[in-house]
Write a protein that binds this ligand. Structure first.
Ligand code: FES
Length: 401
């Protein structure tokens, strides 16, 4: 069954499966409409798209999953294969990051009671309120925990609404909150020095993931209210991205702690260039999607294999596993960026390729650098005509990256 409910677009991967007189149905977590798993038919008159699925065993005993493609479908590619619900897949308990994070040194008031995942007063009831709360959460461990909690509430239909159409949706901060020690440690990227060893690389990557968590929440909170026509699938996609980025952050911080206990997360210099780059796009969702998701994140696809290779050569199999998970997820993030960039271009009646190139010229400085990972970029929809021979012409007084 397709992942989005045909009623208002809830993520059906968290639907309950129930047996009833007529067969087996998937019950949507949002308004509890049920859809027959075989036919997609609901008593409400709505119909979900369903595709035949078959498990076939070859002569060697290997099992393959066969999925029927929609009628007239062509050029199908598998972008992502993962358990229906990562929560159901029984992940290992989240690592205890509290003693590793910068919170111990960065607390402004050591006597203040620790903040709880759900605030004791003014608990958010909409996705927009959670997004802004998480952007204003300085402690990275709490940011991760709140992200997990908010996405769970959203997916399982426990929030009042997304809230982007409300006239009093909260505004996101211009810069997400950071702890004081983090701010003190934030330096110009040019002063970061060469990334000399694996610990420094893991630390730098974890810092980027912390900004990436914020960027996923920010795109929802900043542009949602400006675009009331954005469908629930937009929020499902970016909520998944926020959850992925928080998983990446946790994996990297744990790996860093195991590899180099003397340099826990927060102990080395960091930079904020990803956020600075995002600030140049504050006025336009289309520009945000282009610069952050289709330039920066797509660049990640180019450089990840080289980084993974460095760790492999050092014999660090655990880090290789972590980085492979991250790379795999990032292909799906560029896919998300491409999907919503083409969605907004269709809404505005413009062609995605020249529009993307125009956004890059306007909001980026310097060449869009290769060498490119053409294969993984293509998996995500980024064909060469988007990015080849492209140079940003943003004046130096506008934003930085
Ligand atoms: S029943 Fe699924 S979104 Fe309403």
């Amino acid at each position: 069954m397709e992942a989005n409910c045909p009623h208002l677009g809830a993520d059906m991967s968290h639907a309950e499966i129930e047996e009833c007189d007529t067969g087996v149905v998937a019950v949507c977590p949002w308004h509890r409409y049920d859809f027959d798993l075989r036919t997609g038919v609901s008593e409400t008159g709505l119909k979900a798209c369903t595709y035949a699925v078959d498990i076939r065993t070859d002569e060697k005993g290997h099992e393959d999953v066969w999925v029927e493609t929609p009628e007239n479908g062509s050029s199908w590619r598998l972008v992502e294969l993962r358990p229906v619900s990562e929560e159901f897949a029984d992940p290992p308990p989240p690592p205890d990051l509290s003693r590793l994070s910068i919170s111990a040194t960065g607390a402004t008031d050591p006597d203040a009671p620790p903040e709880t995942i759900v605030p004791t007063e003014g608990a958010p009831t909409t996705l927009m309120q959670w997004a802004v709360l998480i952007l204003n959460t300085a402690n990275p461990t709490l940011k991760v925990e709140r992200t997990r909690h908010a996405v769970h509430l959203f997916r399982t239909g426990q929030l009042k609404s997304i809230g982007h159409r409300s006239t009093n949706a909260p505004r996101p901060p211009d810069v997400p909150k950071r702890e004081e020690s983090f701010v003190r440690n934030t330096v110009d990227p040019g002063k970061m020095g060469k990334r000399k060893n694996r610990a420094m690389m893991l630390h730098a990557l974890a810092n980027i993931e912390q900004w990436a968590i914020d960027l996923a929440w920010d795109i929802m909170a900043r542009y949602g209210p400006e675009h009331p026509d954005l469908p629930p699938a937009f929020f499902s996609d970016f909520a998944k991205m926020a959850l992925d980025e928080s998983k990446h952050f946790s994996l990297l911080v744990s790996r860093l702690a195991a590899l180099s206990p003397s340099t826990p997360y927060g102990s080395l210099p960091v930079h904020a260039s990803l956020w600075e780059s995002a600030q140049a796009t504050f006025g336009s969702l289309r520009a945000r999607l282009a610069i952050i998701h289709l330039v920066h994140e797509a660049r990640g696809l180019d450089v990840n294999p080289g980084t993974i290779e460095k760790f492999r050569r050092a014999g660090d199999a655990e880090s290789v596993d972590v980085l492979n998970v991250i790379h795999h997820d990032e292909v799906t993030h560029v896919t998300t960026g491409h999907r919503w960039f083409t969605w907004i271009c269709a809404r505005q009646g413009v062609d995605p390729v020249p529009t993307f190139r125009e956004e890059v010229r306007r909001c980026w400085r310097g060449d869009v650098k290769g060498p490119f990972n053409v294969e993984d970029r293509e998996k995500a929809g980024m064909t060469k005509d988007f990015y080849e021979d492209l140079r940003g012409e943003m004046p130096t007084d506008r934003g930085r990256h």
